[in-house]
Design a protein around this ligand. Structure first.
Ligand code: FAD
Length: 401
């Protein structure tokens, strides 16, 4: 009998997995997505950067799947005629104090096999790449690219349908039970029976894991990232991407400049705690989500460790001048008026443990025939095709053509 495979989540990871399974032809693939469109959450609200593997610890899943995923995603975009622009990235040390952390990034990048990586010293060379930037040294990754992840997800969704798979929108999974060899999955008004289920539920991944009695840890802590737009008349200030040297104690990359795939330049994202899992602004509040985060055992340790950075990020979210100061460190010519509007935001699904630690690597759990992707933060959009292959090889053991 053909295996019935259910996938929860129509973000880029769920759809990449559905595509790989549908094309392998070993089962009936059905995607259940709660929203009325694909890519409605993280996938459609991110920086659009195809990372090359600069930051990740050597040997980590992030490092392996980012490098493999980048190459696969580039091939996919070329094949489908989707925009893929290698605008390149500079990670800039603005002063001497950042040089050791920059050296660490260079070492990791080389260990991860980031293609074309170069160390840049001296203002003249820096200005050949980014004429308006200031700094003492940088690492340049010429193959870091920008794409439209929502368009990619749509194209992958089309492949799912062409290969005989089904995508059901507006189907929120609210119940799940493993019975013998099957999984009963309930959505409002419907029940689906599968032989196996894979949940790629992003911001809701701990909630969905809870439906089958999985360990409540790691929980999801929603972190919002807000973007400002650069006045289009000042877009010449940024050629590609300009990133800070990130704080190694924190999993986010810091406010950066990105020339997007449609030539818009955005600045951001910052990282502030969101008051709802899908809370795209300060006025979007879920008492339930916030209360769950506050009473999680890890809340105290996390707050004690990161309160200073948290306060700084919240200040930059509430006051444009504070946000502007972060951005201007890299481009002294930038004026406050150049940041025209807070145009977009996204909420990161960051997994955290009971001890308050933020889970750094991708993480997967298994409960009988249910596979749960519990942490898929950045660069999971870049890595989606490689994550799909990894899940199939390691957890589903389905043979691919
Ligand atoms: C601000 C920001 C910037 C980022 N920048 C980058 C970047 O430049 N490059 C990069 O590679 N990555 C980036 N990321 C990370 C990247 O966007 C995510 O890692 C990736 O999109 C995860 O994909 P996903 O499919 O796992 O999750 P999602 O895209 O969040 O999809 C999960 C889906 O599951 C659905 N769902 C949830 N619960 C249920 C349920 N009960 N029933 C049915 N459906 C359900 C949701 O509606 C959603 O559509 C960024 C993320 C953010 C937030």
């Amino acid at each position: 009998m053909t295996e019935r495979i259910g996938i929860i989540g129509g973000g880029i990871v769920g759809i990449a997995l559905a595509r790989a399974l549908a094309r392998a032809g070993t089962g009936d693939v059905t995607v259940l997505e709660k929203e009325h469109r694909l890519a409605a959450h993280q996938t459609g609200h991110n920086s659009g950067v195809v990372h090359a593997g600069l930051y990740y610890a050597e040997g980590s899943l992030k490092a392996q799947l980012c490098v493999a995923g980048r190459a696969a995603l580039r091939d996919f975009c070329l094949q489908k005629n989707l925009p893929y622009r290698e605008v390149g990235k500079l990670v800039v040390a603005v002063d001497e104090s950042e040089l050791p952390a920059l050296a660490d990034i260079e070492r990791r990048s080389r260990a991860n096999g980031v293609p074309g990586l170069a160390r840049i010293s001296g203002t003249a060379r820096l200005h050949e790449i980014e004429p308006h930037v200031t700094g003492v040294a940088a690492v340049h990754s010429p193959h870091t690219a920008v794409v439209d992840f929502a368009a990619i997800t749509e194209a992958m969704g089309q492949d799912v349908r062409t290969a005989g798979g089904t995508i059901l929108l507006g189907q929120e999974v609210v119940a799940m039970a493993v019975e013998g060899g099957t999984v009963r999955v309930g959505t409002a008004g419907a029940e689906h029976v599968f032989d196996r289920v894979i949940a790629c539920a992003g911001l809701q991944s701990d909630v969905v894991a809870g439906l089958v009695g999985a360990d409540p840890s790691p929980k999801i802590l929603p972190f919002r990232g807000e973007y400002w737009s650069l006045n289009p008349e000042r877009n010449h200030l940024v050629q590609g991407m300009i990133y800070p040297v990130p704080d190694p104690r924190f999993p986010f990359l810091g406010v950066h400049f990105t020339r997007g795939v449609y030539d818009d330049v955005h600045v951001g994202p910052n990282a502030v705690p969101a008051l709802a899992r899908e809370g795209y602004g300060w006025l979007s509040v879920s008492v339930k989500d916030t209360w769950e985060s506050v009473r999680w055992p890890g809340a105290g340790p996390l707050a004690r460790k990161h309160w200073r950075m948290g306060a700084d990020e919240i200040r930059a979210s509430l006051f444009k001048s504070a946000y502007y100061r972060k951005a201007r460190r890299f481009i002294p010519e930038l004026t406050m008026a150049d940041l025209t509007a807070k145009t977009a935001s996204g909420v990161r699904a960051q997994a955290w443990g009971r001890d308050g630690s933020l889970v750094d690597d991708f993480a997967v759990d298994q409960v009988g025939p249910v596979t749960l992707l519990r942490n898929a933060p950045s660069p999971a959009a870049t890595s989606c095709l490689a994550i799909a292959d990894y899940l199939i090889d390691q957890y589903l053991r389905v043979r691919r053509p």
